[in-house]
Design a protein around this ligand. Structure first.
Ligand SMILES: Nc1nc2c(c(=O)[nH]1)N[C@H]1C(S)=C(S)[C@@H](COP(=O)(O)O)O[C@H]1N2
Ligand SMILES: [Mo]
Length: 311
């Protein structure tokens, strides 16, 4: 399928940056400006642009979800369980200094500074569908690099069969952690071959800009063929282990959330069907696709597995 844009220009760069930014600022409303003026603070700075980002040559021929929806309709329970809580409250997250510990069954464990991680590999745009287990979906132009790039540098040993991903645990910055909605910190996991798959992304931006806090700044996982909750935000630790990690959602509701959590319209959640989804911004629901539409790329990882049992 031909790309809709020249492969080295991001869509956000086609709109002159000033107009793009101005439009965004206008949308954010004059309320914030008035507030800033009233309290003598400077007007909210525009998010930093990421430079040298190669546009996604494999972007799906589907409309991207508007920036505003991607950044105001979020699940990030560390900031509350309402969809608008993260956008309203994630300002309290400090993303510098920040480190990500890469450890466990590897020859080269390392505590990465976030700014070194940002230079680890060329940044790429990846336009992925995100399907939440709740039944809604978006199309999000992430910026990041394949997790495989980091894994190779860690040199996993033969004992590394799974990866555990751990989000920040700091109730002082994350007010939602003052309540035991989940057993904090938020933990997710992948099998080694899933983690090595080129689609599996470490995202550091969206729409060509640094990741907003509510979307999991400064770095988060994105696994596009799995339900959204596998894509853990604000990572501080990646651990190589022998056994499947105990994930936060499996601990909270083992009958409802399995380890794999592949998008599968044929396997219902115990309390609701997964056959359809509502694309944010659209009126009518659409059919959910096997592996969220990525079956050609990932079905081979699960050949011979009973996906009803390994849900
Ligand atoms: N640490 C952490 N990561 C998380 C969550 C969370 O609550 N905490 N929510 C998950 C869920 S349910 C979804 S659908 C996606 C939403 O990502 P987005 O807000 O960037 O669209 O983040 C996932 N990652
Ligand atoms: Mo979700």
């Amino acid at each position: 399928m031909p790309p809709r844009h020249s492969p080295d220009i991001l869509p956000s760069e086609i709109t002159p940056p000033d107009i793009y930014r101005e439009r965004r600022r206008f949308m954010q409303g004059i309320g914030a400006l008035a507030l800033a003026a009233g309290f003598g603070a400077t007007a909210e700075a525009a998010p930093a642009r990421l430079t040298g980002v190669r546009a996604d040559p494999q972007a799906p021929d589907e409309a991207r979800t508007p920036y505003r929806d991607i950044t105001t309709y979020n699940n990030f329970y560390e900031f509350g369980s309402g969809k608008d809580d993260p956008a309203a409250r994630a300002d309290s997250l400090r993303t510098r200094p920040w480190t990500v510990a890469v450890e466990g069954a590897v020859n080269r464990p390392r505590v990465w500074d976030i700014d070194a991680l940002l230079r680890l590999a060329p940044l790429e745009e990846r336009v992925y569908r995100l399907r939440c287990v709740e039944g809604w979906s978006m199309v999000i132009p992430w910026v990041g690099f394949s997790l495989a790039e980091l894994i190779r540098r860690a040199e996993p040993t033969g004992d590394a069969k799974y990866l555990e991903f751990v989000s920040l645990h700091d109730p002082a910055q994350m007010p939602g952690q003052r309540r035991r909605v989940l057993d904090w910190p938020y933990v997710e996991g992948l099998r080694m071959d899933e983690a090595m798959h080129p689609l599996t992304l470490l995202a550091v931006g969206l729409y060509g800009e640094v990741l907003p806090n509510q979307n999991g700044a400064p770095i988060r996982l994105v696994v596009p063929w799995k339900y959204g909750f596998k894509s853990a935000k604000s990572l501080v630790r990646i651990r190589f282990v022998e056994k499947p990690p105990r994930t936060a959602w499996m601990a909270a509701a083992p009958d409802e959330y399995g380890f794999y959590s592949n998008v599968n319209p044929q396997v219902a959640h115990p309390r609701w069907s997964q056959a359809k989804e509502r694309r944010i911004g659209e009126l009518f629901r659409r059919d959910t696709l096997m592996f969220n539409g990525y079956a050609d790329a990932v079905a081979g990882l699960y050949r011979g597995m009973d996906l009803k049992r390994y849900f």
